[in-house]
Design a protein around this ligand. Structure first.
Ligand code: XMP
Length: 516
């Protein structure tokens, strides 16, 4: 799908790369994150109006440091290097980088030297708080460049080319703690790259529908509805494009909460298209028996889903596509590319990294480029019911990734009962829509308790509740002790099998939202 002007962020592995993307999208400019090793031809084919080089955990002198060809910087496309991106620019133009004695993490004060520089337009002060996170720093820059900002411990904290649109910052303007950071990004995007802020979801929906009609043509599409927002938004877009050529399937994998089962009933009662419900509980549970490793669970689930979709597609004539409600964060967190340069993917989301290597259907994923809050907005524009827009996400692998370790029917039943209580209390306390996701995790750990004068030896459960915009970062919810006590008491008293409750107070990062 082509969506107007584009900014490319080249990813060198910074934890903030996605935040840069989000900040620019919020300005109304389409932006994508690409691996740093994208070819120059691929960049040119996308016709970007600007390129940003992200930060990253490397030193340009490391043997395995991710580099790019200098000619990418000479395409006459405006460039902004941030942190590692800055060091890379100085390195490629013959500057000198050194490991700094005073490593800077956190708050610093930037003294703006060139107040008239287009990057700093509108900043009313000469000294602003900026957020640093680096151990190497630029010590010398080539004569083509000039210094435009410094901090007390970093004499070249910002520089730009004297003639070309190449800019570099040692600090992170994308981090909310950097004063006027958004203005600096805005200046680069709107003033230097001269983008028109026309990345409006309303326009994009129309383009997306037209595009689906074109791609699918006279073929048919099979789509896995999950009961959640993403797949329903995807189905609604595709239905608008191809009408009855869309065939929706809901697979009950036996790993659902009661609320999820109710949600699918509700959805079936309001949609214009039929949804074929398939009971595959035994198929999934038998495959998961004895499996402890979270990634194995995810891969098995991804494979079983595909087997069912392939089998069902054979019953309908002319099916060529499998549609999914995959969104941008699923792709980023499942992708080896984005988990950068060194390590394994964070998690194989069942619909991305969990897919088998070969599938006989072509994937159709109209939401693949959108963050969760954008998907909610698309759902709103399409007129989807409010309860769906604010429904907490429920992962495709279901409670198999909330039962830590091996799953079995007994544990599933325990967790479902505990979840029902949580759901009731969230509603009683009118908290459901104030939180973005709340759920229970069952640990494989038993502890001793005392119930009605008798010793108990039962499982421990965890309450997890988070607040977030896009599920890429999240904080734990500030729930009252009264609420925590109520949920904890009810679960321990009413659910056989749990005798201890804990509250998870970790944020993402470093923890993830689901436990597996
Ligand atoms: P994590 O645990 O990665 O979760 O911080 C981020 C969001 O994604 C959901 N999630 C998934 N959704 N298939 C899905 O459809 C998956 O495999 C999957 N894994 C995690 C999770 O519930 C949270 O909202």
């Amino acid at each position: 799908m082509k969506i107007g002007e584009l900014i490319i962020v080249l990813d060198f592995g910074s934890q903030y790369s996605n935040i840069i993307v989000r900040r620019i999208r919020h300005l109304g400019v389409h932006t994508i994150l690409c691996s740093h090793n994208i070819s120059i031809y691929n960049i040119l084919s996308k016709k970007p109006k600007g390129i940003i080089l992200s930060g990253g955990p490397f030193s340009v002198y490391n043997n395995n440091a991710p580099l790019i060809y200098k000619n990418i910087l000479e395409l006459n496309i405006p460039i902004l290097g941030i942190c590692y991106g800055m060091q890379l620019i100085s390195f490629l133009f013959g500057g000198k980088i050194e490991s700094s004695k005073n490593k800077e993490y956190g708050k610093s004060y930037l003294k703006i030297i060139d107040e008239k520089n287009p990057l700093f337009l509108g900043i009313p002060k000469k000294s602003i708080i900026v957020w640093m996170s680096h151990s190497d720093e630029t010590k010398e820059i080539s004569e083509e460049f000039k210094v435009i900002g410094k901090t007390t411990s970093c004499s070249i904290a910002a520089f730009c080319h004297k003639k070309k649109n190449i800019y570099a910052l040692q600090f992170h303007p994308e981090v909310s703690h950097t004063e006027f950071g958004m203005l600096i990004i805005k200046n680069f995007i709107l003033k230097i790259c001269k983008c028109n802020a026309n990345f409006k979801l309303k326009n994009i929906i129309k383009k997306s529908i037209d595009n689906i009609t074109k791609i699918v043509s006279k073929k048919k599409v099979i789509l896995g509805i999950s009961g959640g927002l993403d797949s329903f938004v995807a189905a609604s877009l595709i239905y608008k494009a191809i009408g009855d050529s869309l065939h929706c399937i809901f697979v009950n994998n036996g790993l659902l909460l009661e609320e999820e089962e109710k949600s699918i009933d509700k959805i079936c009662s309001i949609v214009k298209f039929p949804i074929n419900i398939i009971n595959a509980k035994n198929q999934f549970l038998s495959k998961l028996t004895g499996i402890i490793d979270p990634e194995k669970k995810r891969k098995i689930i991804g494979e079983e889903f595909i087997k069912i979709f392939e089998k069902e597609s054979k019953k309908i004539k002319n099916v060529e596509f499998l549609a999914q409600g995959t969104i941008y964060s699923d792709v980023i967190e499942s992708s080896k590319d984005s988990s950068k340069l060194s390590v394994n993917p964070i998690k194989s989301h069942h619909n991305v990294g969990g897919l088998p290597k070969t599938i006989n259907l072509k994937l159709l994923e109209p939401l693949k480029k959108f963050f969760k809050d954008e998907v909610i907005e698309i759902g709103y524009i399409l007129g989807l019911p409010k309860y769906l827009l604010y429904k907490h996400p429920f992962p495709g692998p279901g409670i198999s990734i909330r039962i830590i370790g091996e799953i079995n029917e007994k544990k599933i039943s325990i967790l479902r009962k505990a979840e029902n209580i949580l759901f009731q209390e969230l509603n009683n306390y009118k908290l459901y829509t104030k939180l973005n996701q709340a759920f229970i995790i069952l640990l494989p750990i038993k502890s001793v308790g005392i119930m009605g004068d008798k010793r108990s030896y039962e499982y421990t459960a965890i309450l997890r509740s988070i607040n977030t915009k896009d599920f890429m970062t999240a904080t734990f919810s500030n729930l009252s002790y009264e609420f925590l006590e109520k949920v904890s008491n009810r679960i321990i008293n009413e659910v056989d099998g749990i005798n201890r409750m804990l509250y998870d107070i970790s944020s993402k990062p470093p923890s993830t939202i689901e436990w597996e």
